[in-house]
Design a protein around this ligand. Sequence first.
Ligand SMILES: *Cc1c(COP(=O)(O)O)cnc(C)c1O
Length: 397
Amino acid sequence: MSKHDKSRYDGFATRSIHGGFEGDEYGSIIPPIVQGSTFQFRDVDHGVACFKDHTTGYIYTRLANPTIDILERNVASLEGGADAMACSTGMGAINTVFMAFLSAGDHIVMSESIYAPTRIIIERHWSRFGVEFSFVDSTDTDNIRSAMQPNTRMVYVETPANPAIAVTDLAATAEIAHGNGCLFVVDNTVLSPVLQRPIEHGADIVVHSITKSLNGHTDVVGGIIVYAHQAHFKEAHHAWYHLGATMDPHQAWLVIRGLKTLELRVKQAQKNAKKVAKWLEAHPKVGRVNFLGLKSHPQRDLNRKQASGPGSLMSFELKGGLKAGKAMMDAVELCSLAVSLGGVDSLIQHPASMTHTGMTSEERAKAGIPDGLVRFSVGCETAKDIIADLEQALEKV
Ligand SMILES: *Cc1c(COP(=O)(O)O)cnc(C)c1O
């Protein structure tokens, strides 16, 4: 235990640095990695008590582990939730939520512009187990309202959804979901709790790909589920540890390290993104720039209502279409041609040929992803260098 109780120091950055760890017997500033897969009981009675109530003691790392617990407490606090479950990947977190709360005959309403594998796993796989689904343009909440059915059990959105950078009204969606007795689930990967905390707007469950800004260093894949209500955590607990998409202690330890600079990283990347977007918008070879920090984004005000910033993710169309996009991406030097987002490294990619190949060209067009669109996750490099790289790459277009 640490000498002092730090819990009354409760600023966001303070919690991201100290949250969840109360010190160890050595006085270490940094949490230990408890890498063990299994734990010893003091005696049989202790074992019995642990199995009866998992909070009594540790049993086995798939069920709970001290290092992973620190991460869960930390992120639950950052999102304003009651509790959290760390997962091996973001998709592991998302599928755990589906597994825990959807049964055959249940219906889910989802944004159509969403992380493509989330859409595909429902369409191709959960449907095989009798889960029914509707994909809607959730930028207009009337579409969500009209998609509700008597068997709708869950409304699932991602805001802003990329690469279209489409915003869904969280409070209005929460009202529709709850008015129909449904769970409201939000993927908050893109903005992170630094900029947006969906539970404050009525979400019951928040999911993250930890791989992105929460870890932020492009060296871990992971996911997490944050619950607004302890009752939902309890309801999902069994499905989570028996499905087995749980986290590894070393993975958790790396993310705890990444979280310490979460606010610094997210704000610096956002500052860079604002400069980059303005520069791109003025460039003669660039068409539409989709970025929530620009006056030209039609949903800027809605994002401002529910988030404290535009983040660092944008997409843009080159006037020369697909061919120009390809030429530009082959020419970037500082920015890497790679999928993923939210890290300190700037990453650029082409959704139509990379992340969104699972959709048809028509489906992509309907979801606001024309074939010439480029997605850009702005990192924390010096802004003038990012712009210089884009400039030299655009010269080759
Ligand atoms: C990356 C991502 C996921 C999936 O996370 P993995 O860690 O890759 O499994 C889910 N949602 C969004 C918005 C993402 O960007």
